[in-house]
Design a protein around this ligand. Structure first.
Ligand SMILES: Nc1ncnc2c1ncn2[C@@H]1O[C@H](COP(=O)(O)OP(=O)(O)OP(=O)(O)O)[C@@H](O)[C@H]1O
Length: 329
């Protein structure tokens, strides 16, 4: 349904740098396919390019290089009007903070009618009916239509954002940290709503989150990003012990409540700057398995069934955290 091929996004550095020429390598050589009905979870530390990937998927970020194919057509080869129509009706996006994503001056009714009006869907009466249907779909009372977003709770606002994303019956919803701005008490409700809607409507879902436990629980496939690169794609059922990339293992090991809450595999040092990524494998400066080969060459993809990873020295499938910690000593 949606495919990224060798997609790069390079920004000019905000700081400008020497002569203003510094570049930020936000996304490098990204290859990703999203199939109908599947849930893809994206994990990685702050600044690794998760939001950039999400924006590329929903057509909000034009790649510096590479192709984005949506329903068999090159998204950035289309005329602007066609692209807006294809993305506007085919992909819904849910942002982190519903307070900023929704227009505060418009009542919920208009927030939800807006995409229907823009894309000329149905008669005015049919649009009103669709608004009622959408509120019902996300578990809000019909009376919520008259409220301004500011009069709703954070959880209710995010329900409105979910309803808006679904207004035009997309095949794919991309949710970028959809619960991180919400109270802990309502996070589970929003996640369950997303899962429920996904099942009922047969949606594909791309779910970006810092909360890797949740990603693991919600997804069919876990995509690990590091310094702008997709370094591993693992079937969620085999995460974490089946993951082969040392970074995925370290990331999941550091999550309380997973396999080794007491002795996580330590991630030594900080993530290098995205303006000067290391040569070869981007993770090598923090990897206990790295050697000269890792510094010389970016590892090609190894594909084993539905599992893909880029590593010269992958961890054995099933290796325990304790075994990996011992390797480091
Ligand atoms: N418009 C921009 N101009 C310059 N640099 C940018 C821009 N947008 C993102 N970046 C940089 O690109 C890199 C990737 O950013 P991105 O927001 O995609 O990461 P992220 O994984 O979503 O981070 P977080 O989890 O903190 O939201 C970062 O180094 C970020 O500072």
């Amino acid at each position: 349904m949606l495919e990224l091929k060798d997609v790069h996004v390079v920004h000019k550095a905000r700081s400008g740098g020497l002569l203003g020429r510094d570049r930020v390598y936000a996304l490098t050589a990204a290859n990703l396919t999203v199939s109908p009905g599947e849930t893809v979870g994206v994990v990685g530390e702050s600044g690794c390019g998760k939001s950039t990937l999400a924006k590329v998927l929903v057509g909000l970020q034009r790649p510096t290089a590479g192709t984005v194919t949506f329903r068999g057509r090159d998204l950035w080869g289309m005329k602007e009007r066609e692209r807006r129509e294809a993305i506007g009706t085919g992909v819904g996006m849910i942002f982190q903070d519903p307070s900023t994503a929704l227009n505060r001056r418009l009542p919920v009714r208009q927030v939800l009618r807006d995409p229907l009006d823009v894309h000329g869907r149905g008669t005015p009466a049919q649009r009103d009916a669709r608004v009622r249907e959408l509120l019902d779909l996300v578990g809000l009372p019909a009376g919520a239509a008259d409220a301004l977003p500011g009069q709703l709770s954070g959880g209710q606002r995010q329900r409105v954002a979910v309803a808006r994303a679904l207004a035009l019956e997309p095949d794919l919803v991309v949710a970028d940290e959809p619960t991180s701005a919400l109270d802990v008490s309502v996070r589970a409700q929003i996640l369950n709503l997303l899962l429920d809607l996904k099942e009922r409507l047969g949606l594909a879902l791309v779910f970006v989150s810092h909360d890797i436990q949740t990603v693991r629980r919600m997804s069919d496939r876990v995509v690990t990003m590091y310094l702008g690169r997709i370094v591993e794609q693992t079937p969620a059922a085999s995460v974490p012990l089946g993951a082969r990339h040392p970074y995925t293992r370290a990331l999941f090991s550091a999550t309380p409540g997973l396999i080794s809450p007491i002795n996580p595999i330590p991630l030594v040092g900080a993530v290098p700057s995205a303006t000067r990524p290391p040569s070869g494998c981007p993770f090598r400066t923090r990897c206990w398995r790295a050697d000269d080969v890792c510094a010389a060459e970016m590892p090609a993809a190894t594909v084993e069934g539905g599992h893909l990873f880029h590593c010269h020295h992958p961890v054995a499938a099933g290796a325990t955290d304790i075994e990996l910690i011992q390797e480091r000593v």
